[in-house]
Structures are given as C-alpha cells and as structure tokens.
Design a protein around this ligand. Structure first.
Ligand SMILES: [Zn+2]
Ligand SMILES: [Zn+2]
Length: 357
C-alpha cells in the first residue's frame, strides 16, 4: 500500500533528485513546539512538486507504507531502544497511518462542498511529515533495528470491536511522558468516549535513567529533561505579553488563572484567565498549552500559584497530551522485559493485536 506524504510547503521548494532518493533543503520540523527548527532531509520513493493556488509549492512524497514506517519509527524513537518498544511503536504508527489514509479517502468520497484545509486532515495528500501527523524525517536517521521492528510486525495493527460488533482500527494516540497517569480522549479532542483510550496509572515514566531516556529521545529531545515534573515562572507583565502575543487579547494585569475542569490525569481543559481588562475561559488542552507559553507548555497538567509580587508559578507534570501510550513509560516497561503486546495492552486496554492481509 502506498501513502502520500506532504513534506513541505514553501514559496519555492529547493530539491536535488538523486539516483534512488531526493533531498529537500530547509525542512521545518516541530512547528510551533519548543524543538522547532530547520533541517536538510533525504527521502526514498517518488517526489512530486505541486503548484498551489496561492503560488506556493508543496513537496509530496509517494512511498510504500512499510518503508514510510521505517523512517517514522527511526524519527520518533532512537534506534538503541529495546526491540519490544520499537515493535510496539511500529504497530501504533501503522494503525495510525492506515486510519489516516482511510479517513482521507472517506472525506474525498463524501465531500459535497469544496474541500477546505481541516485541522485533522490534509488536502491532496494523506499525512504531513511533522508532529501534526507523525514525524517523518526521511532516510538519514533510518537504522537497522527500526527496520527489523517494522518487518517483525509487518501488517500488524491494533483493532477493537465497536458497538455494532464491527472491528475498527484503533486510534493509537501517544505522547512523550504522561507524568504519572494517562488522560481521556475527550480532555484533548471531541467529547466522546473511546473505550481503549482510558486513563491508566503509569508508574513507569518517572525515571531519570539516562540510558533509557537516550533510547527514547532523539538528540534534540534530550535537550528537554525535566518533563515528568516541571516548573515555569512568569512575571505578571511577561504573562500578559505572552497571552497578548498568542491570543491577540490584552487581558490587562493578570489577577488569576483558575483551572475549572481537569481530566482524569489532572490535565486542565477549561482554564479561566482573570484579567483587569478582560476575563475569559479557554480550552481545551492544546489551546491552554499554546496560550500560556511562547512555544508550548509541556502539558496542561499544572497547579497555579500566584505570588505576592503578582508573578505566577505553574508546577506541572508530563510532556504531551497524555492520551494513549506513554513513550517513556513504554520504554521503561520494555527495559524491564515486557513484550510489545503487553505494553500495547497496558496503554490501549481492550484492544486486539491483529494481522492485516
Ligand atoms: Zn498532518
Ligand atoms: Zn507515563
């Protein structure tokens, strides 16, 4: 099965076609997150440069899904990871991408109105190459062990039986570090219950074991080390400025930040910002993280302390939305000798591992 990956949109795409690969210059990764940066990347498969209506160009890569996965596993995880962790991730990423392809085709078939860019979808390709979908950073980081893990789980996906008794591929959400408990789907996205994405206690990810962290975190992720328990401090003026820059709203002096609703883990999904000029409630999880930081807060699981001088201290836990598999937790489980299906069962309870033809 082939997949269409939209790698990059720019006024002009600079590329170099080689014998069996192509190189793109200035690929931006981690857009909007604190690891945002540009890289030169090399890809396998076919390259097509599309002209967009607004005059920009988009680089679209057609590639076999199993080859795509080798790159994704290598981009998301370090090759020194235990094999069971790499295998777990291969199953998750495969399930995720097949769902994305199906959803895209479904949308194209059923669309009556001209298609618009949607926050969860793409027009003209199946997935993008950044954290919005899955990190796909080409072939330079591909390693033998990631390839082995993809081959060992070839065709395997996680499924569940829906209310009609029909098998569906699971929406395998994952994140870096849950911070002690995983989160419900509805804290971050639509208000619906997803049976296999239920909160579970995760005693595993509270680790400072550098050997394990190096396995899971790529070079630029290792710059982040205080993810299980973290603290951010803002002067009142700095917080006001940040909120203004990120939301376009001047709240005035910030009187208080009041968490109104929390999910199962403690992640806030309704937060009231009380200012001298304006008071407003924001949510859900990602909006809160983006508004309260120049880049993006590690998570929305935090307590708020207002100091006498008007400064705010946010004391938080975890890195990411917290739904589904906790990557650091899964790495610790794998290092303790758990198998990939045990790891998957732990974070996606009630799901079934199945081979697709
Ligand atoms: Zn995307
Ligand atoms: Zn965890």
């Amino acid at each position: 099965m082939n997949i269409l990956v939209g790698i990059l949109t720019a006024p002009h795409i600079e590329y170099e076609q080689r014998e069996t690969t192509f190189v793109l210059k200035n690929v931006r990764i981690g857009i909007g997150f604190h690891w945002d940066r540009e890289e030169e990347e090399e890809f396998a498969g076919r390259l097509e440069i599309r002209k967009n209506a607004d005059g920009t160009e988009t680089a679209v890569n057609t590639i076999d899904i199993e080859d795509y996965l080798c790159s994704v596993i290598s981009s998301e995880m370090n090759a020194d990871s235990p094999m069971e962790l790499l295998k777990a991730h291969a199953v998750i990423s495969r399930s995720w991408v097949i769902r994305a392809i199906e959803a895209n085709r479904h949308r194209l078939r059923t669309a009556r109105e001209p298609l618009q860019y949607e926050s969860n979808g793409h027009i003209g390709f199946d997935v993008c190459a950044d954290d919005h979908c899955q990190r796909y950073e080409g072939i330079r980081r591909i390693n033998r062990r990631a390839t082995e893990a993809v081959q060992a789980t070839r065709g395997q996906v996680l499924v569940w039986k829906n209310e009609n008794g029909t098998e569906e591929i699971c929406d395998c959400r994952f994140h870096k570090c849950c911070g002690g408990k995983t989160e419900r789907f509805s804290t971050c996205w639509e208000d619906k219950e997803v049976p296999y994405l239920q909160p579970v206690d995760c005693p595993y990810c509270n680790t400072k074991d550098e050997h394990i962290l190096r396995q899971v975190l790529n070079g630029y992720d290792q710059e982040t080390s205080d993810f299980h328990d973290w603290e951010v401090r803002y002067s009142n003026e700095k917080l006001r400025e940040t909120l203004l820059r990120k939301s376009g709203i001047d709240y005035g002096e910030i009187k208080n930040l009041v968490p109104l609703r929390r999910g199962a883990s403690g992640r806030i999904y309704r937060l009231c910002i009380e200012g001298s000029l304006r008071t407003e409630t924001i949510g859900k999880e990602l909006t809160i993280r983006r508004r309260l930081s120049e880049s993006c807060l590690y998570s929305s699981w935090f307590d708020v302390e207002r100091e006498n001088n008007g400064s705010f201290v946010l004391r938080g836990h975890g890195w990411g939305h917290g739904v589904g598999l906790c990557q650091i937790g899964a790495a610790v489980m794998a290092n303790q000798g758990k198998s990939y299906d045990e790891i998957l069962q732990y974070y996606y309870s009630g799901s079934i591992l199945k081979s697709q033809k």
